[in-house]
Ligand binder design. Structure first.
Ligand SMILES: NC(=O)c1ccc[n+]([C@@H]2O[C@H](COP(=O)([O-])OP(=O)(O)OC[C@H]3O[C@@H](n4cnc5c(N)ncnc54)[C@H](OP(=O)(O)O)[C@@H]3O)[C@@H](O)[C@H]2O)c1
Length: 309
């Protein structure tokens, strides 16, 4: 006879848009869900749907085997630990698995993991790659890192968040390393897109007229991405099959000029041009764009072409 396991109890700390979406997905999947937030009234809707109010950070951490924290940054997680430890007689926290779905940098995340370890908490890190509205749907994508044994123990419960859950390795900072690189891609792309809309608008081209062409251009970036990644990892930088950095810097120069002519700040594009110029000055003029990843990764900034080598 197949035994049906009842959904495991979970606790969620942090009731911003993401924390609420997480708690909501657990409730929808039938998990008994305890919640806590610094500002209590943000939990009202979830309490009306059957969630239980924890009362304090310590009670929340003590409420069950699996605790999720999703707050603004690692400092806020530290503040929650501090509040729990402020209760009389506490020098350690309850032994529980804490899945930290708060975004922060890899270094800060490792510090937090080390502190959690010292305090007796079993720590797994996670980076959410999708917006709050996607939580509980197939579109969810969450990257995890930390002890694989914790991931395996709780993956069935975490599946309530929907979509794909990918474990990247035992280093607790690894998911944050992916997260920060992907967020850099996302926000520099969005900034670049807004910059292009601004330039187009100054030339009486509405954003909606440019949009289908911009979409095609963004698709080109997505198409080029796997080949560039393979070239970077293999150390192949020849620009003879694609645009050389000499050609790229000329093109960026025309764009900077057009931006100035249109009265739009060229700062975003000028920064990109500075990086390419530094690589060209260092002798990489015949290389492809893949060289930039290697060049900037050596620690060169776009401001030190003299130091480049
Ligand atoms: N929203 C999204 O679509 C999305 C997508 C991917 C990843 N994320 C990540 O998910 C995390 C949470 O995001 P969010 O959108 O829910 O909202 P958020 O604005 O990033 O964080 C709000 C939450 O942090 C709490 N908080 C802030 N400072 C605190 C402190 N010192 N002590 C205790 N709690 C503190 C807030 O409590 P109060 O209510 O009391 O202020 C609230 O619960 C972030 O790291 C974010 O980068 C969000």
């Amino acid at each position: 006879m197949i035994q049906q396991l009842s959904p495991a109890p979970v606790t969620v700390l942090g009731m911003g848009p993401m924390g609420r979406a997480i708690a909501s997905a657990f409730l929808a999947a039938g998990h008994p869900t305890t919640v806590w937030n610094r500002t209590a009234d943000k939990t009202n809707e979830l309490l009306a749907r059957g969630a239980v109010w924890a009362g304090s950070p310590l009670a929340a951490l003590d409420a069950g085997e699996l605790v999720i924290v999703c707050v603004i940054d690692a400092n806020a997680v530290d503040a929650i630990f501090d509040r729990a430890l402020a209760e009389p007689g506490r020098s350690r926290l309850p032994v529980t698995t804490l899945v930290n779905l708060t975004s922060d940098g890899p270094g800060r995340t490792r510090e937090l993991a080390a502190r959690a370890d010292e305090l007796g908490v079993l720590y797994l890190d996670g980076s959410i790659m999708t917006p709050a509205a996607a939580i509980g749907t197939e579109a969810t994508r969450i990257l995890y890192s930390g002890p694989v044994v914790l991931f395996d123990r709780h993956r069935h419960t975490l599946a309530a968040l929907g979509g794909a859950a990918v474990h990247l390795g035992d280093d607790p900072g690894r998911a944050a390393s992916f997260d920060i690189a992907l967020l850099n891609l996302f926000w520099t792309s969005i900034t670049g897109l807004m910059h292009s809309f601004a330039l187009a608008a100054r030339q009486n081209v509405p954003a909606t007229a440019l949009a289908p062409h911009a979409q095609q251009m963004a698709g080109l970036v997505a198409d080029l991405l796997p080949g560039l990644a393979a070239d970077i990892d293999a150390g192949r930088f020849s620009g003879t099959e694609s645009a050389s950095l000499t050609s790229v810097t000329a093109s960026l120069g025309h764009i900077v000029h057009a931006l100035e002519e249109a009265g739009v700040s060229p700062a975003v594009t000028q920064e990109a041009k500075n990086a390419v110029d530094a690589a060209v000055s260092a002798g990489h003029e015949g290389d492809s764009a893949a060289r930039l990843a290697e060049f900037l990764g050596r620690g060169h900034t776009d401001r030190d072409p003299q130091a480049a080598g």
